[in-house]
Design a protein around this ligand. Structure first.
Ligand code: AMP
Length: 828
């Protein structure tokens, strides 16, 4: 070692006289080393390795790898993260015999870091374009060490994440201490391989977040990790290794997965024209991601008064009800009916859209069928549940859980959950739930139910389906407590909606005082109130309402079954005599139209907020169309039906005109055209054909309104007589789309996002419904830097090109047409 240092000191003496090495080198070898002035660069100049300071003010110096191509210094790997050099000290990265890559402190002669390798041959270090620093034995042409085996806080495409049981190598991420200190911080993100593999984010020893077990497509419950147009993923699970890795479809994209010092897992993509890293995944993202927040058999929800619910109210109850009243959910839930395994009478009930429980106490077999899996679980009285390990195709493999089921979550938006079969006492095995024997049998029952029986029941319901059950009649009328409205869906399912007495709601709203009035919609006036300590909004069905009892029922039926962060939550209702009230969560920022179309308030919605609103509405609509238990077409999507919460998150409201469908139906034909003129698609307005694509059309109009701050209805332009849609189309064709942006806001920091939103808006308002994207594509197109299809000419963009002049003239030529919901137009 001394010898090496002596040579280096000699070289340092020579340096001022003669520049021996170039600033950028491409190999470190026995005769070539790296000083603080140099960098080692990958062949295509994608990555660079060198000495760096975490900030200009820091005196600490590290050796690390960063992207060479981008100007924002983004360090992806650090060698001496726990042992930095200090300012005055000169460092050198070099190879010392026998084949060891080291960082030396030349002042103190200390060894600051080492690859701990040995080799008899000639060794050279190179930086690859993947960001991997490799140490090669030149004679054997063999890699003896690579930085990819020692990840710090960043997982790059191609890196391994997991464990090799033979070599005992383990790859995990560990956070920096803080933004200036790359030393190992509090957080780690790793694959727990003790039982069936699952991902865990830990702070010290405490699990903070868990992405459920790998199910062939994604980590259960973490839909963000599944295949998408930007990445491909691979997960190898066998006796020798459990390894996850991802790769880029287009290798010129720069992307990374990081664990930051505050414990956030983030996947980012470099956006060249925005000159910034754009986050496309961030976990944990919400309260419900907190590990086991609701305890055993509990499930977290974002859209209720209470954070936790039992997995299934009819079969489980809070273990510690007092705790639940004070928001202490940790006790979780227990069964209402004890199991009776010894008598062999227990069965299994299928739960869908579930994030699979913690696999700490589990067993698995990758080749068993679901039937064999059930038999295996049935035989063991401590086995509480089973599921397929791989949900692709027919499903395969077997995963069993023993004892309590922890960290479960039911997804109401169909995101990332899957089927699990939970052991139940025989009395809990309902008619329509499965006492599983085959995989597909249950699906069929469910499908038949949804596709055939349910629609029939729904139709029949129009007169009889909806009823209130007063359990404590007179007493409850006085107090308004403890009641629930049962919305009977089928013999097997009953939804409970809290029922309040009229007097309780009147008290909550100061007797519906005008001071409390928030606004007025087609249904009637809306009032603010305080009920049970929480803020509420109350819709009072007025006798003169254009939307009647039918819409009232419809709203209750639809929305009481839906739960999504971008849908307004119905908390309860009240029906007494002629008084019909709907009680919602209160949205402090009221409706979107009160912002975007108002000169002063629109300045409060900068581009970032507008884009979040667009993306949120898209996600809410996707849930309605695709992911919710009922396929729902809203039919009246417009700015005044988008409410904004405290943080300006959008929530779709007003389901009075919505229609639900079972099975694979996506639309229908009606003679009763309802909705709002300026948001209606041509096929619906003219022929009464409505489908998810007519909602997509309304969404497109809404996007253009949000971007421009102008209403489609009544849009006036000095140069032409196009409406807003036509104007946007014109600007797009002339390459002037940015001129569409609301002039009341500052120039958007992210023009590509603006252009993307406008193009998505134009794709949605295309004449032909088949040309319009579905909402799942819309969500994808908005969120990713992928190439967009070219929009075709939109519908209804001038008064002249409207087919069916008589009807359309009502639609667009009459500028005075108001924007109220039309509850009945007879289509031709
Ligand atoms: P709607 O009948 O849904 O069209 O509502 C009429 C108006 O009342 C809306 O435009 C909002 O300004 C207000 N409003 C409706 N629901 C709520 C709510 N949940 N929270 C706050 N304001 C609301």
């Amino acid at each position: 070692m001394k010898e090496v240092t002596t040579i280096y000191v000699l070289l340092l003496i020579l340096l001022p006289i003669q520049q021996i090495y170039p600033t950028e080198i491409n190999v470190i070898s026995d005769s070539q080393f790296l000083t603080e002035e140099d960098t080692l660069v990958s062949p295509a100049k994608t990555f660079e390795l060198g000495f760096f300071r975490p900030s200009d003010t820091e005196t600490t110096i590290y050796v690390g790898i960063w992207y060479k191509k981008i100007f924002v210094k983004t360090v992806v790997w650090v060698a001496n993260r726990d042992r930095p050099l200090i300012s005055a000290e000169a460092g050198v990265l070099r190879i010392v015999n026998p084949g060891n890559l080291v960082i030396m402190n030349n002042v103190t002669n200390d060894l600051m870091w080492s690859s701990n390798t040995t080799s008899s041959g000639n060794v050279a270090a190179k930086l690859l374009d993947t960001g991997n620093l490799v140490l090669m034995d030149q004679q054997k042409e063999m890699m003896i060490w690579q930085s990819f085996d020692y990840p710090t806080d960043t997982l790059l495409p191609g890196m391994s994440f997991g464990r090799n049981f033979l070599t005992k190598k383990e790859w995990h991420l560990s956070s920096w201490k803080n933004s200036q200190d790359p030393a190992v911080g509090e957080f780690t993100y790793s694959i727990d391989t003790l039982s069936y593999p699952q991902n865990e984010l830990r702070q010290g020893d405490v699990v903070k977040y868990r992405a459920g077990p790998w199910n062939g497509i994604r980590f259960s419950g973490a839909s963000e990790f599944k295949q998408n147009p930007i990445f491909t993923y691979s997960m190898v699970i066998n006796e020798t290794e459990v390894v996850y890795s991802y790769n880029l479809v287009n290798s010129s994209v720069l992307s990374r997965l990081t664990l930051n010092y505050s414990g956030q897992i983030e996947r980012t993509v470099w956006v060249d024209n925005g000159k910034k890293w754009q986050s496309i995944l961030s976990l944990p993202k919400e309260t419900c991601d907190t590990y086991n927040i609701c305890g055993a058999y509990g499930s977290c929800t974002l859209v209720s008064f209470q954070t936790c619910m039992c997995l299934d109210d009819s079969k489980f109850m809070p273990k510690n009800p007092k705790g639940w009243e004070t928001a202490d959910w940790s006790g979780g839930c227990v069964r209402k009916t004890p199991l009776d395994c010894e008598n062999g009478s227990d069965g299994f009930v299928r739960y869908s859209d579930v994030k699979l429980p913690d696999t700490q106490n589990s067993w698995f077999n990758l080749s068993m069928t679901l039937k064999e899996c059930e038999a295996k679980c049935r035989k063991n009285c401590t086995c509480m549940a089973y599921a397929n390990t791989d949900i692709r195709g027919e499903g395969s493999g077997c995963l069993l859980w023993f004892n309590e089921l922890n960290d479960i979550r039911v997804y109401f938006d169909g995101k990332g959950g899957q089927d699990i079969f939970i052991r139940m006492a025989s009395s809990d095995l309902g008619n329509f739930t499965q006492t599983v024997s085959t995989n597909k049998g249950g699906t069929n029952i469910k499908t038949i139910l949804l596709a055939v029986i349910l629609p029939v029941l729904l139709i029949g319901f129009s007169s009889t389906w909806f009823f209130c059950v007063w359990r404590k009649k007179r007493h409850a009328k006085a107090t308004g407590e403890g009641e629930s409205l049962q919305v009977q869906e089928s013999n097997s399912e009953a939804m409970e909606l809290p029922l309040f007495s009229f007097s309780a709601v009147a008290k909550a709203t100061a007797s519906f005082s005008s001071d409390n009035k928030l606004g007025e919609g087609g249904f009637g006036p809306v009032y603010k109130g305080i009920l049970e300590g929480g803020e509420i909004a109350v819709k009072r069905l007025s006798i003169t309402s254009s939307q009647g009892l039918h819409e009232f029922k419809n709203e209750v039926i639809c929305i009481s079954k839906l739960q999504h962060r971008n849908l307004v939550k119905l908390l309860g209702c009240s029906i007494e005599g002629d008084e019909k009230l709907l009680i919602y969560e209160y949205m402090p920022n009221k409706s979107l139209d009160s912002f975007i179309f108002d000169k002063v308030r629109s300045t409060l919605l900068d581009w970032t907020k507008r884009f979040n609103i667009i993306a949120g509405i898209a996600r809410g609509l996707l849930y309605l169309h695709q992911d919710s238990r009922l396929r729902i077409i809203h039919r009246d999507l417009k700015a005044s039906n988008i409410l904004l919460d405290h943080d300006m998150n959008p929530k779709i409201s007003d389901f009075g005109l919505a229609r639900s469908f079972g099975g694979n139906e996506t639309g229908a034909n009606t003679e009763r055209v309802v909705g709002t003129y300026s948001y209606m698609s041509p096929e619906y307005a003219l022929d009464g054909i409505f489908s998810t694509k007519s909602d997509v059309f309304s969404f497109g109009v809404l996007v253009l309104e949000i971007v421009s701050g102008k209403r489609n209805r009544g849009f006036i332009h000095p140069e032409h007589d196009n409406n807003l849609i036509g104007h946007a189309w014109r600007m797009h064709n002339e390459g002037r789309s940015m001129e569409l942006v609301d002039t009341n806001i500052e120039k958007p920091s992210n023009p590509s996002e603006v252009l993307r939103s406008i193009e998505v808006g134009l794709l949605c308002v295309q004449q032909n419904p088949e040309d319009r994207p579905n909402m799942s594509s819309v969500v994808q197109l908005l969120g990713n830097e992928v190439a967009l299809p070219k929009p075709k000419q939109p519908a209804f963009f001038t008064q002249r090109n409207i087919p069916g002049a008589d009807f359309s003239s009502i639609l667009y030529t009459t500028r005075s047409t108001n924007e109220f919901t039309v509850t009945e137009i007879v289509a031709r």
